[in-house]
Design a protein around this ligand. Structure first.
Ligand SMILES: CC(C)(COP(=O)(O)OP(=O)(O)OC[C@H]1O[C@@H](n2cnc3c(N)ncnc32)[C@H](O)[C@@H]1OP(=O)(O)O)[C@@H](O)C(=O)NCCC(=O)NCCS
Length: 158
């Protein structure tokens, strides 16, 4: 699938349910994002901050999302996910590129994010855009399993 088959646009109210479902599906994987099931889909959908949220669409279906939470200090924090069956096809790349453009356009000086050290796909993606490792937080997150996972902080100066 060519990346151009996917449209990237700002999220709209009508995307909320799809975003809640995507978030819940990725949380079920217990691998890439901090959240773990159970996720209350409707609650997550309703509380989603659509500001600076970009969605990737294929044939009108939400297949990925990236969101940037702007701080009051010039940097924004990224979180993102792509539906499992759409991974490895350039959707993540298109989302990160669009988020960087948007962050630059509104004058942020830096994007930051946290990633689990085992998340090779995500780290490859972020490094491709110039994000660098800035810190490692040891045994930072306690998982439902009781395991304690490290987090790597990455940053990109815009
Ligand atoms: C991380 C994630 C967003 C990447 O999205 P994606 O659509 O698969 O990304 P792309 O297809 O654009 O691939 C980006 C790069 O990573 C590489 N890549 C993809 N999967 C990989 C893997 N498992 N191992 C190593 N590299 C990988 C691709 O080859 C590509 O590099 P290239 O352009 O040089 O070929 C997606 O895997 C995901 O949603 N994971 C679950 C949620 C998550 O981890 N979110 C991020 C939390 S920090």
């Amino acid at each position: 699938m060519a990346p151009e088959a996917v449209e990237i646009r700002p999220a709209q109210d009508g995307d909320r349910h799809a975003l809640g479902l995507l978030f819940a599906a990725v949380a079920e994987e217990r691998d890439g994002i901090a959240a773990e099931p159970p996720i209350d889909v409707e609650r997550r959908a309703a509380s989603w901050d659509l500001d600076h949220t970009l969605v990737a669409l294929s044939d009108g279906e939400v297949v990925g999302v990236i969101y940037v939470i702007d701080s009051n200090f010039g940097f924004g924090e990224i979180a993102m996910m792509v539906a499992a069956r759409w991974r490895g096809r350039g959707v993540g790349t298109a989302l990160v590129a669009a988020a960087i453009d948007s962050a630059r356009a509104r004058g942020l000086h830096k994007l930051a994010l946290s990633v689990f050290p085992h998340n090779e796909a995500a780290m490859v993606l972020y490094r491709k855009f110039g994000f660098v490792e800035e810190d490692r937080r040891t045994k930072h997150l306690r998982r439902d399993s009781g395991e304690l996972w490290d987090l790597i902080d990455m940053g990109l100066l815009l």
